[in-house]
Write a protein that binds this ligand. Sequence first.
Ligand SMILES: [Zn+2]
Length: 213
Amino acid sequence: MSALEPASRFQAALELAGLGIPVVPVHYPVAVAGARATGCSCGGGGCATPARHAALGVGPADATTYPRQLRRWWQGGEPWNVAAVAGRCVDVLALSCPRPAAEVAAWLAAHRVEPGPVIDLGGPVVFLTTVRRNPTGERRQAGSGWLERVCHGELVVLPPSRLVDSRSPAWLAGPQLPFADEGLLWRVLAELPEAGKLAALAMVNEHSHEGSA
Ligand SMILES: [Zn+2]
């Protein structure tokens, strides 16, 4: 796929809106002449959050599920990235864990927690959850990594957006799934064992599945 795909991003915005997730248009990565790195479509050489901040003068409060507004934003032909806003119909837990996402999924399954929609951001993994009433922006250690409650009002870039350095967020579990309960997911992720133990548990699980097959 080309780096410029306004139609697919508009389509994604519509689909997310149809699932009740309000979205905003966000700047996207652009090639910078003479440089190997990518820059931001805002044109600001020193952009602090390239391809991660809202475009068209839109703010977090403007996030919408209204198709006519989405059309106005995306039909100008610009391939704006798509982002949800934490606290607007959806809350977000970010987990940075040195082990593969499948091992975290096995941990959740062992605790009978359905994680709901999950996005791989090419580093941290992000869970979309029910909205917590009193957010704290809390961050704590979870196993050998970190777990964070994304502050309300922060943008969360969703697939098929592109990030700088050719990274693309990808759905590990699709946005159509019911959101996990924020408090429950936080509690179970906060109890993640450290990396070596998590890997060992995942291996035991795999073997027990093989044994039962
Ligand atoms: Zn920018």
